[in-house]
Design a protein around this ligand. Sequence first.
Ligand code: PLP
Length: 387
Amino acid sequence: MTPLPTVAPADMMMRTYKDRPISFVSGQGSTLVDDDGDEYLDLVAGIAVAGVGHSHPKVAAAIASQAATLIHTSNLYGTTPQVELADRLAEISGGKLSFFANSGAETIECALKLARRFHDGARTGFVATDGGFHGRTFGALSATGQPAKQAPFAPMVPGFTHVPYGDLGALEAAVDGDVAAVLLEPIQGEGGVVVPPPGYIQGARDICDRTGALLILDEVQTGLGRTGYWFAAEHDGVDPDIACLAKSLGGGLPIGACLARPDVAERFQPGDHATTFGGGPVQCSAAIATLDVIVEEGLLNRSATAGQRFAGGLKALGRGTVRGRGLMLALDLEAPIAGAVTAAALERKVLVNEVSASAIRITPPLVITDDEIDHAIGVLAEVLDEI
Ligand code: PLP
């Protein structure tokens, strides 16, 4: 047999991602180290995943210990970490029941199916928002309010209506007796870190209460301390019927949780929804350790205060508009230079992410220090002077 040729791994991968400028080999806290041994200050955090920092020792130890004990059983059998994680999530969500998935998109699929199940065929529609992002599977993509991402894969799943984000009048007009659920991000993430006007999330709650539609909040990016609370909807004092978490939940491992009020969750019967890997013991142990770290290191408060320092520093640059809450921030430069800023910051070993042509997104680990924030602001100042 002729041996397979040796090729760079990227040659054998589908071209779904842009060419990667750099390859990392290790990370700790807010620092990543590349294959030349150079250190980078990471303001991306694996797209809002490394909330507790890279390879947090407590999370790494929980993963190693669980991996050496039991890695997988399927959901035909129970495991202690899964039960414990559901209890922990119930504590922070006002008693919601969990379905464990493997990604953000999968939590959305679960939420959409659960909403239809709840209404038992009487209501099938969904209202979501322009610019919203909920993932790339067909249900989640159909909910995503970004036509350019949908167009190559049309037709979408029927039943979705999109309304302008932040416009309660438009939402009210769209929620009729066929709408099973309204699906919103409390702050749009991939849409550019868009904070809705005050009262919007509460207004959406009220519309759902008046019409009988469920309120699904996609907290995949905003949840678990990113904005200074467990859930960003707490800024508005709103409790959704269903909330979706993923990204930072597993401290870097893939796990998502669709959380629902008990009377909603109980409509799912055995066999209605499932996934082979969901809630596996390693991912759940990582998530429990992640929640422990958030509590032990006071990361909800830290996110709020560090976010104020970061936002203050960005505003003081006087180079654009600063949006966001806690450590979910964007600097909108009001000119299409976000790509150039991202590249120039990378050269200075600071990672930011171009969330639109004009805006860079800043979602660092919640453990970022004041010195690191000040360094990042200094580098951005240099870069903006240069461009
Ligand atoms: N929902 C929101 C708000 C997101 O930001 C994302 C990912 O960026 C998703 C859902 C999809 O998550 P995943 O990429 O894990 O499928």
